[in-house]
Design a protein around this ligand. Structure first.
Ligand SMILES: NC(=O)c1ccc[n+]([C@@H]2O[C@H](COP(=O)([O-])OP(=O)(O)OC[C@H]3O[C@@H](n4cnc5c(N)ncnc54)[C@H](O)[C@@H]3O)[C@@H](O)[C@H]2O)c1
Length: 439
């Protein structure tokens, strides 16, 4: 690992930050992790894995003593390390751009310790998603004013956002397609690159560019992917109207053309989750702030809403008055407990509004759903119990666990199954009505 200082500090041990810290620690770095959540720090000290995230437990175990969690005490970050990654929330504001309130409070705290420190240089790496022009126009001046230090002379700041997906954060962190580093000073960027070269198990593309370009790149990527998803969803809607057409045949053919590519080109549920919708909206908002109308990003948002209306319409046309409905899948995608902006939330609200009894099942997301719907819906402890009283069953995520459905429904008759991801063949259900949306 050459001359690299092996101490790294990282502020914000949340869904992204803890995975990042653990991967770095498991790769030999001595990581000092800081968070404002006392109970999270206690859990980590007691070796309890705080989130359902694939492989996190294993990586935390491997990280062992290399990861030390601290409740705040940011002074240690300045005193004991030369580089601090910040991965705190940047919630979306009504306008669509990202709030930097928490990020700024962390920077003020770090700056105060920097002011009192006699070290020559400290590198701050912003990983949290920010709107373009935030770092140059707000964050660097803030640290300069609070620390009395000069940017690029006594401290550095880079932008190094992640492109990971919940449910595969660890895998994505170890095997990124691309590592994005926005910088003003090449030696800072090289310092970050060295960390990734040590941690990554593949050989990603390193995209080094100005901070402003990196900020635009970050939100452009999700704005582009959501555009692709929305195009496939529009095709699914079309195929639903056209007899003897099939969305999967079409997207498989389109995706085979390398100019298009197959990833995220699959008709299914409207996109949701903590990143896609907000990044796409942030892109539109940023473009508007520059008097550029981003017709594509704006339309993507509208297509997503109208796709949701389209699926709700298919459901209501096929259900009887007062039917009990089973919803299989609550999260915005399978394999994660996260339900933020998931289609299931929209669906359940609509079903409750039209006075249907709702039974739900999801392997990971039941507790989060309870937090929202409380006792207005029925929480089933397994798939079988979810199906029992329902005339209609709606599959909202492409979870492998749902493959047991034909077997579980073999002895009953007359139910309607709506499958948003078409995880079954048309003839999988004897005596029931099966509707795979898009085929
Ligand atoms: N989770 C993802 O899939 C993902 C993907 C790409 C980018 N991001 C970005 O990463 C950032 C963090 O996202 P997340 O999902 O990890 O959020 P999170 O809410 O899961 O975690 C944030 C953590 O920061 C801690 N925190 C809050 N205020 C703090 C403070 N003042 N000092 C110290 N710690 C503090 C919280 O206690 C929490 O543990 C966001 O900007 C998000 O947009 C997240």
């Amino acid at each position: 690992m050459s001359t690299i200082n092996k101490n790294i500090s990282l502020v914000g041990l949340g869904k992204l930050g803890l995975c990042t810290a653990s991967c770095m620690a498991a790769s030999g770095y001595n990581v000092l992790g800081f968070d404002i959540n006392k109970s999270l720090i206690s859990q980590l000290k007691d070796h309890v894995t705080p989130y359902d995230e694939k492989d996190l437990e294993t990586v935390l175990e491997k990280a062992g003593e290399n990861l030390t969690p601290y409740y705040l005490q940011f002074q240690k970050a300045i005193d004991e390390t030369d580089i601090t990654f910040i991965i705190v929330p940047t919630p979306s504001m009504e306008s669509g751009s990202f709030s930097t309130k928490i990020l700024e409070s962390v920077l003020v705290e770090l700056s105060m310790h920097l002011k009192n420190s006699n070290k020559d240089y400290h590198l701050i790496v912003v990983v949290s998603t920010v709107s373009p022009e935030t770092i140059y126009s707000r964050l660097i001046p803030l640290v300069e004013s609070k620390s009395g230090r000069i940017f690029n002379k006594n401290f550095g700041m880079c932008y190094n956002p992640e492109f990971i997906a919940l449910g595969s954060v660890i895998k994505d962190f170890y095997h990124p397609d691309m590592v994005l580093i926005g910088h003003e000073n090449e030696s800072d960027a090289i310092r970050i690159k060295e960390v990734y070269q040590t941690v990554c198990k593949n050989d990603p593309v390193y995209s080094l560019m100005s901070i402003n370009s990196a900020e635009i790149t970050k939100i452009s990527l999700n704005a582009y992917i959501t555009m692709k998803i929305s195009f496939a969803n529009t095709l699914a809607n079309l195929c639903y109207q056209v007899p003897k057409s099939n969305i999967d045949d079409i997207t498989t053919a389109l995706g085979a053309d390398r100019r298009v590519g197959s990833r995220f080109l699959k008709g299914g549920a409207p996109f949701g989750g903590p990143c896609f919708p907000r990044d796409s909206r942030a892109f539109s908002e940023f473009a508007r702030s520059k008097q550029v109308i981003s017709y594509l990003a704006e339309a993507t948002d509208q297509v997503n809403k109208s796709h949701s209306d389209f699926i709700l319409d298919v459901i209501s046309r096929n259900m009887g008055m007062g039917d009990a409905v089973g919803v299989l899948g609550l999260s915005y995608k399978h394999g994660t407990p996260v339900i933020e902006e998931s289609f299931s939330l929209t669906l359940i609200h609509a079903l409750l509004k039209s006075k249907h009894s709702v039974y739900v099942y999801d392997k990971f997301a039941m507790d989060n759903a309870r937090g929202i719907f409380q006792n207005t819906i029925h929480y089933s402890e397994n798939i079988e119990k979810c199906l029992l009283k329902c005339q209609m069953i709606i599959i909202t995520t492409s979870d492998n666990e749902f493959q047991v459905l034909p077997e579980l429904l073999a002895k009953s008759k007359g139910k309607t199954i709506i499958d948003i991801w078409r995880i079954f063949e048309e003839d999988s259900f004897d005596g029931h009505t099966y509707i795979g949306i898009g085929s």
